[in-house]
Design a protein around this ligand. Structure first.
Ligand code: SF4
Ligand code: SF4
Length: 136
């Protein structure tokens, strides 16, 4: 089930960099050519993957303070709902290098880790399960 959007994205537009948008051949981690100074230029008709994408900040997750949009911390948090009562998984996707270690990001990760499985996905390293490395 897709989460409901509870917070207004603008001025964050980080998913326009981070997302792969097959309809326009946009690879992940390349800024979208449809992005203008005030956000998506085709807002009304934007592509399905963009319409459906709602990160945990936009979904209003209480673990992420409202003033810390993904754009401000360079990290996107995503939730995968667990099936049939299983624990949810939170994916912590670093978009620019060297931001996962920041105190404000670590506090958010720890808050999610209390009730969820957390997968950390650094820019230049393989993903790993939070708590399974000495530095996590
Ligand atoms: S990363 Fe999240 S807050 Fe930022 S534009 Fe995308 S959905 Fe909105
Ligand atoms: S189509 Fe619009 S919402 Fe989708 S990635 Fe491009 S600029 Fe962002």
């Amino acid at each position: 089930m897709t989460p409901t959007q509870k917070r207004e994205c603008y001025p964050c537009s980080l998913c326009c960099l981070y997302l792969k948008v097959p309809e326009i051949g946009k690879p992940a981690y390349i800024w979208c050519p449809q992005l203008g100074p005030k956000g998506c230029k085709i807002h009304e008709t934007k592509h399905q993957v963009c319409k459906e994408f709602i990160c945990e900040w936009a979904a209003g997750a209480e673990e992420i303070p409202e003033e810390l949009r993904p754009f401000d911390i360079n990290v996107v948090f995503l939730r995968l709902k667990g099936r049939k009562g299983e624990t949810d998984t939170i994916f912590v996707d670093e978009v620019y290098p060297n931001h996962l270690g920041e105190d404000k990001v670590q506090e958010i990760i720890q808050a999610f880790a209390e009730y969820n499985k957390v997968i950390i996905n650094p820019v230049f390293e393989e993903p790993y399960l939070y708590g399974e490395r000495e530095d996590s």
